[in-house]
Design a protein around this ligand. Structure first.
Ligand code: PGA
Length: 249
């Protein structure tokens, strides 16, 4: 039976004390989950949450990182700083970074390469907007983001990369891609990965779905052959909505 990888993206929510309380709740309820579970609090809560989840199976993640290790980069966070706090995984290229903060494929690729060099496990987010989907550009956009995001990533390093397919129109909107629709795009991503790395590597790749994942659609989504987990935003902010997603089976 395969294991799933479920990641919580808390986005710009939670003071330190709120984050600690949620993390304590999650450790109590998910500390022994058979699924791989990552939580990504805001930067300011990473150190405190790291203490809470120490010794549990929960993995600490960051929501972003800067593209350099150190230097004159006001406002940026280095992978060295993240590792220092016990961070193991990092979300890169989230659509909110791409669209609100104008991150390009080239910048995201630099971050992916640096994360790998620093032994942080990247979750590379890809996904089309509604306008792109309606213009028939889904494959070109998603395929391009996968190709550009992974440029220079070796076959060996690929094993620690996760891809999250998050259609932009489904994030935080309550609209979910149908399981069939999402599975088809995941299948397409595997075709792209096959062309880059061969069939075995493409098959082994973990591809999460993200975009309004909730307890009541998680099982149906993850039953699909190409969906290996979820990246959860809104529903990850409370144990009562996140725990049932992780415990979907
Ligand atoms: P959502 O966010 O679950 O609130 O749609 C998902 C994400 O942006 O990662």
């Amino acid at each position: 039976m395969r294991n799933y990888y479920i990641a919580a993206n808390w986005k710009m929510h939670m003071t330190v004390s709120e984050a600690v309380a949620l993390a304590q709740d999650l450790v109590a309820k998910l500390g022994k989950s058979k699924e791989r579970v990552m939580i990504a609090p805001p930067f300011t809560a990473l150190a405190a949450v790291a203490q809470v989840i120490r010794g549990s199976s929960l993995v600490l993640g960051a929501q972003n990182m800067g593209p350099e290790t150190k230097g004159a980069h006001t406002g940026e966070i280095s992978p060295l700083m993240l590792k220092d706090l016990g961070v193991k995984a990092v979300i890169l290229g989230h659509s909110e970074r791409r669209h609100s903060y104008l991150e390009t494929d080239e910048l995201i690729n630099r971050k992916v390469l640096l994360a790998l060099e620093q032994e942080l496990q990247p979750i590379l987010c890809v996904g089309e907007t509604l306008a792109e989907r309606e213009a028939g550009k889904l494959e070109a956009v998603v395929g391009g983001q996968v190709r550009e995001g992974l440029k220079g990533v070796s076959a060996a390093a690929l094993a620690t990369v996760t891809i999250a397919y998050e259609p932009v129109w489904a994030i935080g909107t309550g609209k979910t891609a149908t399981p069939e629709d999402a599975d088809a795009v995941h299948g397409y991503i595997r075709i792209v990965l096959t062309s880059l790395y061969g069939e075995a590597a493409a098959k082994a790749m973990v591809i999460q779905y993200g975009g309004s994942v909730k307890a009541d659609n998680a099982a149906e989504l993850m039953a699909k052959p190409n969906i290996d987990g979820a990246l959860v935003g809104g529903a990850s902010l409370k144990a009562e909505t996140f725990v049932p997603i992780v415990s979907f089976r």
